[in-house]
Design a protein around this ligand. Structure first.
Ligand SMILES: Cc1ncc(C[n+]2csc(CCOP(=O)(O)OP(=O)(O)O)c2C)c(N)n1
Ligand SMILES: [Mg+2]
Length: 894
């Protein structure tokens, strides 16, 4: 039987709530900060009492900063409006004129048109080109700004109005191959090394790199390598771009590491390329929830100042109610269809709202601003972001795609708009008061006032105040002394028959470099939760893991020799399981020589399978950024990494790395090769200031490391050298081997010699990619100079006099050696690891992929039989003797 509860006496709930609110208002009026504490205390009390407290992730669809908390705009609004109009015009004219001249050359006008005011407030009041040192050490790096890639026309146009780019340069927008300096389509430091710092156009890469840049900034500060300052990382992000996992995937790092040097500005123009970002929802709400949930400070800039007065007069809260009824698809239509439509469809829903705007014309309604076009709202948001301590800030600014572009405003097709109609051009010059004739406007004539014009003077004053001009990339001369090779005897001198892996050899080399008096502090070891896989425990002990808050706990293994050591000034970046995040750290470190004038030397160690295959686009952007450093692909090789199977076994990263023009790829077999390569990398990148980086595979197979033979250095670096010549007479075939497969090749050499009396030379091939690049360059020269003596490439020179077919085997795909075929006419037989990996031990894997010593010996005999040097029947019999299953399925298809 249930007991019937007495209904408590009715309280006058409304009156009670009013009393509470009144009391609360009093606290707010007396002490704003205390009111927050009071609320928190109430929440705690409610939780204790078991009252469910919903945590609020989204707030009403209005500005986070109320009008009464705003400070007045400190700049000259009129002059700034003028400057912005000029920039808008020139950006648009640049794209328009270029497409008129050269149809289909492309360019974007609607992204910048939505972003212009957000950038201009930054340029006039926030973006520092440098900071002054507090200790008198000279200029410090300024703010880093990641621009939305598609807004580049606006950034060029500003540089033109500033007088940093001339008209000729603008006319060469997207014309980069005409013998004159051009302007790259998007931010590319490779193409404009004095201008752009950060390539951002592949959506998602900019925001991700910005987060890790802010973290790296703190890392350098906490390690005492750069002076602390107020410098910030600003990332301008598209709302459509936020769908990239890269954009939001790492935001929790921002709050976890309390990165209050990081500010995201999301340009919420509600559209992407095809149509609305969230037609049926509101992207601002969605992003607010995500960022707040991740612990960011969220500032929404939704409505412009002209809405304030409407809000004030709307005592019933109907305006906000109506706003929250509408989805982004509606908001887009309100802008696309003009004032009358807005009146009818938005305000018309409630008679009270219609009345609220009865004194406004349709034109005035159409012009009601969105927050992201209002300098006052933007200024206040940026200021708050700067003042916010203890975490990153995101500003969600609502804008209009194609703002000011007449008939293309807020249209689904506006992203693709390259040219404006004559009508739109006329509208533009009128609206923004640009002093060019209609005729000139049609041709996209540029316009810049005289230097003495007040707006130009103002613009320069503002930039001077902020330390100079942006964007700008500068590279200072680096003083770097490469360690001499004879300081690396421990690695070139062999392992005294002790079986070790190239990974172990590398880790000990890394420890040595970390101890180096001048260079040690510049080394940045980076790992995505794979330190133990590579045996990095000793490095953790030696230099510690970077942890901005130190180690707040006693690690369970603190009494052990190699404990998990986290330190505020730790040197290792232990990223956790994020190859993309690690690559972003690699990028921040690998470009520090330019951005911080510090030649940081990153060594990023990871599973080679999860490198180029997974973060290939970031590696491309790294190269574009002129990044330097070492990518160390560990547990490499499809047959050397045993047990892990299909998704782990890498047989193609060298193919992928070969596609990146500035990446030098090496697949060393022995520790001395690795040491020579690393040393030369340091020399080329830091002493010679070459804009290249290295990809080096390292393996976990243990074997005795030989002493470095005399005179092989050049061969190691250029890609090939003779490792062991035929012992008994002249070789009739040449065997190539790379990585641990070189050992299989050496065993094949012995089998062939002892069992079949066939002598061969063995070559260590450290880089097929470098050999091919050299061959292609020489071939090109020969092609272009038919009247001059033919030059030989390195490969041809090295192989001069080497007789017989070439049998090349590696733990990578056959396409690598095959890429040398043009210079090895009809001589090459390639063995490699095409196809999916399998779980098994090395013996079975190498048999399966036909890269075992037996398979190499068999392939040599088979080839010699085809060449008439061995009887076919003898070769066929040999295959059986060698245990090769001639009828087995093709591993490339299995
Ligand atoms: C990785 C990637 N995918 C696709 C594109 C092609 N693309 C360029 S801009 C764009 C739309 C961008 O929309 P949004 O981020 O909202 O920026 P908006 O131009 O609206 O400011 C797309 C899909 C790209 N540049 N990068
Ligand atoms: Mg957008």
């Amino acid at each position: 039987m249930t007991t019937k509860l007495e209904t408590p006496a009715q309280v006058d709930f409304t009156a009670e709530v009013s009393e509470w609110i009144e009391a609360f208002d009093e606290v707010v009026a007396n002490d704003w900060e205390q009111s927050a504490e009071l609320l928190e205390a109430l929440r705690t009390r409610a939780r204790e009492a078991g009252v469910p407290v919903a945590s609020e992730l989204t707030t009403p669809y209005q500005n986070t900063i109320p009008k009464h908390d705003e400070i007045p705009y400190p700049g000259n609004r009129q002059l700034e409006r003028r400057v912005e109009a000029l920039i808008r015009w020139n950006a648009m004219a640049m794209v328009h004129a270029q497409n008129k001249k050269d149809a289909g050359i492309g360019g974007h006008i609607s992204t910048y048109s939505s972003l212009a005011t957000l950038l201009e407030v930054g340029f006039n009041h926030f973006f520092h080109a440098k900071y002054k040192s507090a200790t008198g050490a000279g200029d410090l790096p300024g703010d880093f700004v990641y621009f939305q890639g598609h807004a580049s026309p606006g950034v060029y146009a500003r540089a033109y109005v500033e007088g940093r780019l001339d008209e000729k340069r603008l006319k060469n927008f997207r014309h980069e191959l005409r013998g004159e300096p051009g302007l790259s389509s998007y931010p590319h430091p490779w193409l404009m090394p004095d201008f752009w710092k950060f390539p951002t156009v592949s959506m998602g890469i900019g925001p991700l790199n910005a987060i890790y840049q802010a973290r790296f900034m703190r890392y350098l500060e906490n390690r005492g390598l750069i002076e602390k300052s107020d410098r910030k990382v600003w990332a301008f992000v598209g709302d459509g771009e936020s769908d990239e996992v890269d954009t939001l995937g790492a935001i929790s790092l921002g709050s976890r590491e309390k990165l209050d040097n990081l500010i995201f500005v999301v340009n919420c123009n509600l559209q992407r390329l095809d149509g609305p970002v969230r037609g049926n929802k509101r992207i601002i709400d969605e992003l607010e929830g995500m960022f707040r949930g991740a612990g960011w400070n969220v500032i929404k800039v939704v409505w412009g100042s002209d809405w304030d007065e409407l809000f004030e007069r709307d005592h019933q809260g109907l305006l906000l109610k109506r706003m929250e009824e509408c989805v982004d698809g509606d908001y887009q239509a309100f802008k696309a269809k003009g004032g009358a439509y807005l009146r009818k469809e938005f305000f018309g829903k409630y008679p009270e709202l219609l009345k609220l705007v009865e004194d406004k014309t349709d034109e005035e309604l159409a012009r009601l601003h969105r927050g992201g076009h209002d300098p006052v709202k933007i200024y206040n948001a940026y200021k708050r972001a700067l003042e916010h301590k203890g975490g990153p800030t995101v500003i969600l600014a609502k804008t209009v795609k194609g703002y000011g572009l007449g008939s293309t405003e807020a249209r689904n097709a506006s992203h693709q708009e390259k040219k404006l109609t004559d009508e739109s051009l006329k509208y533009f010059i009128k609206r923004f008061d640009i002093p060019v004739t209609e005729e000139a406007a049609k041709e996209g004539a540029f316009f810049r006032p005289e230097d003495s014009a007040p707006e130009i003077k103002y613009l320069h004053e503002r930039r001077e105040e902020l330390g100079g001009y942006l964007p700008k990339r500068e590279v200072a001369k680096i003083e770097f002394k490469t360690p001499a090779l004879d300081t690396l005897k421990e690695w070139t001198g062999g392992s005294n028959n002790r079986a070790v892996s190239t990974t172990m050899g590398f880790v000990s080399l890394l420890r040595h470099l970390l101890k180096d008096a001048s260079m040690g502090k510049l080394v940045v070891p980076i790992v995505p939760d794979e330190g133990r896989t590579f045996g990095l425990e000793s490095v953790i002990k030696q230099v510690g893991i970077y942890a901005p808050e130190g180690q707040k706990y006693i690690p369970h293994d603190s009494d052990m020799l190699l404990s998990y050591r986290e330190e505020k000034n730790g040197q290792i970046l232990e990223e956790g399981i994020t190859e993309a995040g690690s690559m972003a750290s690699f990028t921040a470190a690998g470009t520090a020589y330019a951005n911080y004038k510090l030649p940081m030397i990153p060594f990023y160690m990871y599973y080679s399978m999860f490198g180029f295959q997974r973060i290939g686009d970031m590696a491309w952007a790294f190269a574009d950024s002129r990044g330097k450093g070492f990518l160390m692909g560990g547990t490499a090789g499809r047959t050397t990494m045993l047990g892990e199977g299909l998704q782990h076994q890498d047989g193609h990263s060298h193919v992928l790395s070969s596609t990146v023009p500035t990446c030098l790829s090496y697949d060393p077999a022995y520790v001395y090769e690795l040491a020579v390569i690393v040393r030369d990398g340091l020399r080329r990148m830091y002493e010679n200031a070459e804009d290249v980086f290295y990809y080096i595979t390292m393996y976990n197979e243990d074997y005795a490391m030989p002493v470095m033979p005399e005179g092989v250095e050049e061969g190691i670096l250029r890609g090939l050298y003779k490792y062991r010549a035929a012992a008994k007479g002249e070789a009739v075939a040449q065997l190539f081997g790379s990585g641990p497969i070189l050992n299989e090749v050496l065993r094949a050499q012995e089998i062939l010699s002892t069992k079949y009396k066939i002598e061969t030379d063995v070559w260590s091939v450290t880089s097929y990619t470098e050999l091919r690049r050299d061959a292609l360059a020489i071939e090109r020269w020969n092609r272009l100079h038919p009247a001059e003596a033919v030059k030989k490439n390195y490969l041809e020179t090295a192989l001069e006099g080497a007789k017989g077919p070439i049998i090349a085997a590696s733990d990578y795909m056959k396409v690598l050696p095959d890429a040398l075929s043009p210079w090895l006419p009809s001589r090459l037989v390639t063995l490699g690891t095409d196809g999916f990996g399998r779980s098994d031990n090395r013996e079975h894997l190498r048999r399966h992929f036909e890269v075992s010593a037996e398979a190499i010996a068999g392939a040599t005999l088979s080839r010699l039989a085809r060449d008439g040097k061995v009887k076919p029947k003898v070769a066929q019999k040999a295959l059986a003797e060698l245990g090769l299953d001639t009828e087995a399925g093709d591993p490339a298809k299995a």
